[in-house]
Design a protein around this ligand. Structure first.
Ligand code: BGC
Length: 336
């Protein structure tokens, strides 16, 4: 069942998607996931994503809690890129680079929406030149709840060649924020990760995960890895790196054994930025709790960040008339 449960103002709604397994609250502001309420093995219900009680924090703060990120997730080096011989400039909002689609990226926009059966179809027209990107981009994000699985499909077309790289920036903590993520087990099918510089921008060097703290091909506790003495972990202040998947589905499994909660992420996208909330700064979040580094992990499925500079045939180019069509699903499973 899907229904509007609150109105923030005359344009921004909170919409609840609910079934016997889980309840997901989303907003048409940034298509933001506000809450995910799920049971544990003893049927206790907790919220397994970070967020704010005060809605205005989503509009003014910078950590992208739960938000859909676009037009391009992560960093574009120096905020500049060329396409078809023309140079485009994006806002510089993170060191020397452009992060998460600029200052007023998709996370800060109000989407139209309609409810169709067990889905919410969000739509947005990003005008030619918005945040510096070329092309009128017609964008849709369809959120569907089916039993314990939330699937998000992203669809876009543009009337000019452009670039696109969409993600969802939910911060997961399967304990219900009773503890940090050190005791979360992460399993991820990825043989390579992208090295980053001190500003978090991929350098172009792909490193094999083998024999490094980045190897999650077998499940490992995040806490056993994130503080390891490793140059890349130091540069990222923890994990804040793109991983390249070696598998086409069910690429990431996050488990919190004590509660029996498990999140399985499956995507059509080729990789994910794994971010251990390194820059959460003690800010006030939901239920009066304060959020610090390592209080959550983001599994930001996407194409390679800055692909426009790093890939020979950049996977983030969307040609005029072509359709961008990607899907990520999040299965919130309880192991009894
Ligand atoms: C980035 C981080 C950034 C965070 C919040 C992540 O996707 O990689 O460096 O701090 O988003 O903006």
């Amino acid at each position: 069942m899907i229904q509007v449960i609150d109105k923030i103002d005359d344009k921004i709604d909170l919409i609840e998607m609910k079934n016997d397994d889980i309840t997901v609250v989303v907003s048409n502001y940034g298509c933001t996931i506000i809450k995910v309420l799920m049971k544990d093995k003893d049927d206790n219900v907790d919220d397994v994503v970070l967020g704010y009680d005060d809605f205005s924090d989503y509009q003014t703060k910078d950590a992208y809690l739960g938000a859909l990120v676009g037009r391009t997730a992560n960093r574009i080096g120096k905020g500049k890129f060329s396409l078809n011989g023309q140079t485009y400039s994006l806002p510089i909002n993170n060191g020397p680079n452009c992060l998460h689609g600029g200052i007023r990226g998709f996370s800060y926009q109000i989407f139209d929406y309609k409810i169709v059966d067990n889905s919410i179809e969000f739509s947005y027209l990003s005008k030619d030149g918005e945040e510096g990107y070329p092309g009128n981009l017609k964008f849709k994000a369809i959120y569907t709840l089916d039993k314990e699985t939330l699937t998000i499909q992203y669809l876009a077309t543009s009337d000019k060649d452009t670039i696109i790289n969409i993600t969802n920036h939910s911060y997961f903590n399967l304990s219900g924020k009773k503890e940090n993520i050190y005791h979360h087990l992460l399993e991820m099918k990825a043989d390579y990760f992208a090295c980053v510089d001190a500003d978090g921008l991929p350098t172009g060097e792909m490193k094999a995960v083998k024999d490094t703290p980045f190897d999650f091909n077998s499940p490992a506790y995040i806490g056993d890895r994130v503080e390891c003495d490793d140059e890349q972990l130091k540069l990222g202040c923890g994990f804040d790196h793109p991983f390249i998947f070696s598998k086409k589905e069910n690429q990431v499994v996050l488990t919190h054994e004590e509660t029996g909660r498990c999140l399985i992420v499956s995507t059509t996208l080729p990789g994910a930025q794994i971010y251990t909330a390194n820059y959460l700064d003690g800010r006030l979040g939901k239920y009066g709790q304060h959020y610090n580094a390592r209080d959550a992990v983001c599994i930001e499925t996407q194409n390679l960040p800055d692909a426009i500079h790093l890939e020979k045939e950049p996977s983030t180019i969307l040609k005029k008339g072509e359709v961008y069509d990607e899907k990520t699903s999040y299965q919130f499973k309880v192991i009894k």
